[in-house]
Design a protein around this ligand. Structure first.
Ligand code: ADP
Ligand code: MG
Length: 662
């Protein structure tokens, strides 16, 4: 084992990860944390099972690679030994004969190529002794390094139940060192990633993926190689080790007795369940044979993506032929020679459990995520955790993010969409208002130009007609005509002045007034018919406002007059005053005919009127608009003219800033 403690065995390739949470779901040790949408492996928690590597379709998970070290070894040392895992027939399906694989490894530079299955034969014998011993103690198999890691980390109290026997790989390394020399370097080639951290034997661990890469880079082709048999000692029944119940099948005697004594569990769900039940004492009268993968034939280091049962078939086919051709005498000689080799092993606890958060913390998090009641906790697994509770615990431990919860994120998105819609609508309204005020500004320029040009000649007409009116005898027949000219000229002057107001070309003379009193005075200046009720509501905390009294009187009386004209059959006019720290708001609400939707855009356009000829000039609201703008204020209209939609009527709201100018 050349990997250092700090080096991650399994890791994420940045940016390939696309937040699918599959690895979280598949990780039996919950050793993956989500940070900024990237699923990172927590090295201290990882048991090296490689499930995440297997399930990631984006190939975002990778593992510690020893190709370069092994290539260097082969170039500098011609004494090395390859120890091939018994899963190899399932990997190299393309070769009819195992001798081709051995030949390729020899061509690559290995001096000896041995089968790990002989180690399995020895280990099986040890298990048999242990299981049939009189001590009544029950054991958990320790041949799968990921299982060993899982127990020492997450069930440290069960460490004492791990069978104190080396793995088949460690056994074969001890055998070949005794047989071929202690100085020999050993390289394991198999389907397992966890083997890379299992022990200091062998020197290097390659997965089948890595050895295939090496074959490629070194251009080792089957057709160029001399087929060769494995070097001794050849394995026997141990060759079935990589398929589930392999241990049982390897043990020869009293199968029924042994089988009844052993519970086999494989795959991430099953082995966890078995350990949990064992820990709870439900099955403590049974031995456990546990495999993290669904048999080593489905290990994460397999390159060829074979089907589980097809892989099994390849193994059993290989074992059958092997046992048929095996020289039993040779095998027994080796077995007898090595059966007393030291195959003992000890395990120590590596407690990696994290203190569970308190119930209060979990509850608080549920509430934060909108999971107030039990029925809000769907346990939908979308986040990769088995339940909402597990997810919440992971969040509180800093391993997961709340956004991983699909219902929560969907809710959040829905709210965001709603918010965006509201903002969009507001934006549209603002855009319309902007267009409208742009239009009015253009109109204002035009109006100002015309009004300015007309104002001077009009002044001359008024002045001379007045002089003439003073000088002419009222009995003169031209007198009445002259009077009419003067009156109409004055009317024109008023119109021009309205236009100038609209165009904001008049000067504003601010004075501070009591706004409530001011509105009262405006009301007094208008004749209110008897059938119209006027209601005043005052919620002012600050009565003083700076306005141009004369102009504002004109603006307010325009609005009041319009309201009255909109209620020919009587009604109610409510005037409401309120303020905040920056603005004063004056609201005029009438129960009149209302304004048609189509007309709302035209209200402030000069000369727009719906009143009969001679009654309306269409200059009231444009003048008001201009005056409000000169006060840096705003004016809004809300109106309903359709009795089917409710009571008809109009609300004009004027908002004036509490200016300090004087
Ligand atoms: P005028 O009063 O001379 O018609 P304004 O500019 O004051 O001109 O008003 C323009 C138009 O706006 C009016 O003709 C009327 O159709 C509409 N209007 C204004 N205020 C109201 C209101 N309170 N209720 C109904 N319609 C209104
Ligand atoms: Mg009017």
């Amino acid at each position: 084992m050349k990997i250092s403690e700090k080096q991650p065995l399994v890791f994420t390739i940045a940016d390939r990860c696309k937040t699918c949470y599959t690895c979280i779901r598949e990780c039996p040790a919950k050793a993956i944390s989500m940070q900024n949408g990237q699923a990172n492996v927590i090295t201290e928690r990882c048991i090296g099972c490689g499930n995440c590597v297997k399930v990631c379709t984006r190939k975002a998970k990778s593992f510690y690679n020893e190709e370069q070290q092994v290539l260097h070894l082969l170039k500098t040392n011609n004494n090395s030994i390859a120890c091939v895992a018994p899963a190899f027939p399932a990997e190299f399906k393309e070769f009819k004969d195992h001798k081709i694989v051995v030949g390729m490894l020899k061509k690559l530079g290995f001096d000896k190529v041995v089968e790990v299955s002989f180690g399995a034969d020895l280990v099986a014998m040890k298990y048999e002794e242990l299981i049939l011993s009189d001590d009544q103690k029950k054991y958990i198999s320790s041949d799968c390094p990921a299982i060993v890691s899982y127990i020492t980390k997450y069930y440290p109290q069960l460490t004492k139940f791990l069978a104190p026997i080396v793995s088949p790989l460690m056994a074969i390394v001890r055998v070949v060192k005794e047989l071929y020399g202690e100085e020999r370097k050993t390289v394991f080639i198999g389907p397992c990633i966890a083997k890379k951290t299992e022990s200091d034997d062998p020197d290097y661990v390659l997965t089948f993926k890595e050895i295939r890469n090496i074959f490629d880079t070194e251009n080792i082709k089957a057709e160029d190689c001399e087929p060769a048999e494995f070097d001794p000692p050849l394995g026997g029944r141990g060759a079935v080790f990589p398929i589930s119940r392999g241990l049982i099948n390897t043990i020869k005697i009293e199968e029924n007795l042994i089988q009844g004594n052993i519970i086999v569990a494989e795959g991430r769900e099953n082995f966890k369940e078995a350990i949990n039940e064992f820990d709870n004492g439900y099955i403590d009268d049974h031995n456990l044979e546990l495999l993290c993968c669904e048999g080593c034939i489905m290990g994460p280091g397999m390159f060829s993506e074979g089907k589980r049962y097809q892989n099994r078939a390849y193994i059993t086919r290989y074992v059958k032929t092997k046992l048929k051709n095996l020289n039993i005498q040779d095998w027994e000689n080796h077995f007898n020679r090595f059966q007393n080799i030291n195959l003992n092993r000890e395990f120590s606890q590596d407690d990696s459990r994290v203190k569970a958060p308190s119930e209060e913390e979990i509850e608080a998090l549920y509430h934060k995520m909108g999971k107030h009641d039990k029925q809000d906790r769907l346990d939908c697994h979308a986040c990769g955790y088995e339940s909402c509770r597990e997810h919440a615990i992971a969040v509180l431990r800093g391993l997961a993010e709340v956004d991983m919860c699909l219902p929560y994120t969907l809710d959040k998105l829905k709210n965001m969409v709603n918010e965006l819609n509201t903002k969009n609508t507001k934006l549209e309204t603002v855009q319309q208002a902007l267009k409208q005020s742009e239009k009015l500004a253009h109109l204002g320029q035009l109006a100002a130009g015309i009004a300015h040009e007309i104002n001077n000649p009009l002044g001359v007409v008024i002045m001379y007609s007045n002089i003439m009116l003073d000088e002419i005898n009222p009995s003169d027949e031209a007198y009445e005509d002259l009077k009419l000219i003067t009156e109409q000229a004055l009317r024109c002057k008023k119109i021009v002045s309205g236009l100038l107001n609209f165009a904001r070309k008049n000067k504003v003379k601010f004075t501070s007034v009591n706004i409530a009193e001011f509105i009262n005075n405006c009301l007094k200046a208008v004749i209110i018919p008897a059938n119209i009720e006027v209601e005043q509501k005052c919620y002012l905390s600050n009565f003083s406002t700076s306005i141009d009294e004369e102009q504002m009187t004109q603006a307010i009386t325009n609005i009041i007059k319009n309201a009255i004209e909109a209620m020919p059959n009587g009604g109610k006019l409510s005037i409401e005053l309120c303020n905040d720290k920056d603005n004063v708001e004056i609201k005029f609400q009438d129960t009149g005919t209302g304004i048609k939707d189509d007309d709302k855009d035209k209200l402030f356009t000069p000369f727009f009127t719906t009143k009969e000829f001679g009654k309306g000039t269409g200059l009231g609201l444009p003048t008001t608009y201009g005056i409000i703008k000169m006060h840096k204020g705003k004016i809004h209209v809300k109106s309903n003219s359709n009795p089917q939609k409710g009571e008809t009527g109009t609300i004009f709201t004027i908002i004036l800033p509490q200016l300090n100018e004087n």
